[in-house]
Ligand binder design. Structure first.
Ligand code: UDP
Length: 319
């Protein structure tokens, strides 16, 4: 197949490029580098099955030749207010990538008869009142809340995707992605794993926001990419959660990082600057992914951290 990946220079997009090239496809990468990093795809420059377009997907996009599948992964995604690449500091671009970008990609999919996969998110569940979250849970969100530019853009994107499926018969799929980590994460984007792993490797105390009782479920990127690719190869149209269902508190998460890295500097509790809308619990129910795609994650947290450390050490310039 010839597959367009938007957000190709991002954390997930670049891993998808690698996986789909390894599966024998031709990949067309697209990114405008507002949050993507050219380093993530530099190794693909000489690959004859890879082409690249520097484009903003929220403007009209044109791709010459046939396109068999489109994976729309372009969007700022970090919730850290301090991060320059987070969606707090790119609110309009975030809404445009989710709304106009999705519409443009769906237009190409309609014209080309492509399979279209939307990168959606656990954030569409907001601060959930049910645990774990199944795909049928409609979410607890606030349209003008602090995270709204991301949540609502993705909710709009899901609606638009289903409208193109129902009204135009486009072959669409929606993946709801839960917290993911691994090599090529932006070390400065302020999310839990980059912050804490960086601190651990530098021998510093790990900054836990609030009392650390809020929970997340962290998936290693290789597992996540495998689930997304399985969804792309399927003909499922309704949303599928992809994430690791092992739920833990942020405090346990930090303690695991200290254990795996041998960091003796402990934990530093900090006021949670995002407390107003920091979801208290988050855990995917992956029953549908298992049933429809025969997918479940294989890499546990300790293994995943070990696989991530070399990339972090290289970026930090430590042996
Ligand atoms: N967090 C933390 N210390 C940090 C960074 C994040 O305690 O240095 C917490 C944050 O408050 C949240 C959780 O870790 O409860 C996950 O945050 P992340 O930014 O990774 O993504 P989110 O799941 O909130 O989208």
């Amino acid at each position: 197949m010839r597959i367009l990946i938007t957000g190709a220079a991002g954390f997930l997009g670049s891993h998808l490029c690698d996986r789909l090239l390894a599966d024998g496809h031709e990949v067309i990468g697209m990114d405008n580098f507002i949050t993507g990093n050219p380093d993530n795809i530099a190794h693909l420059a000489s690959n004859k099955n890879f082409e690249f377009y520097n484009r903003d997907v929220s403007n009209y996009i044109f791709v010459p030749g046939k396109v068999d599948a489109i994976l729309h992964f372009a969007s700022p995604a970090s919730p850290n207010p301090q991060s320059r690449s987070g969606y707090f500091n790119l609110p309009i671009q975030t809404m445009k990538a989710g709304a106009l970008g999705t519409h443009n990609c769906l237009g190409v999919a309609r014209r080309e008869g492509s399979r279209f996969i939307l990168a959606s998110t656990s954030e569409i569940y907001g601060d959930p009142e049910v645990h774990p979250q199944t795909e049928s849970y409609p979410g607890n969100v606030d349209p003008i809340g602090e995270r709204a530019v991301y949540d609502e853009a993705k909710r709009f994107a899901e609606s638009m995707t289903m409208a193109y499926h129902r009204f135009h018969g486009v072959n669409t799929g929606i993946v709801r992605i839960f917290n993911t980590y691994g090599p090529r994460m932006d070390l400065e984007d302020g999310r839990a794993l980059p912050n804490l792993l960086k601190q651990a490797l530098l021998g510093e105390p790990l900054t836990v926001y609030g009392n650390g009782s809020q929970t997340r479920s962290f998936c290693f990127v290789e597992d996540l990419v495998d689930g997304i690719v399985k969804l792309a190869y399927s003909d499922e149209h309704f949303p599928v959660n992809i994430g690791n269902p092992v739920e833990m508190s942020i405090l346990e998460f930090a303690e695991t990082i200290n254990k795996v890295t041998g960091n003796k500097a402990g934990i530093k509790y900090m006021e949670n600057s995002r407390s107003a809308r920091d979801p208290q619990r988050r855990q995917p129910d992956i029953t549908r992914a298992d049933k429809i795609l025969h997918w479940e994650p294989k890499v546990n947290l300790e293994e995943g951290i070990l696989k991530t450390i070399p990339f972090f050490k290289e970026k930090l310039g430590i042996a």
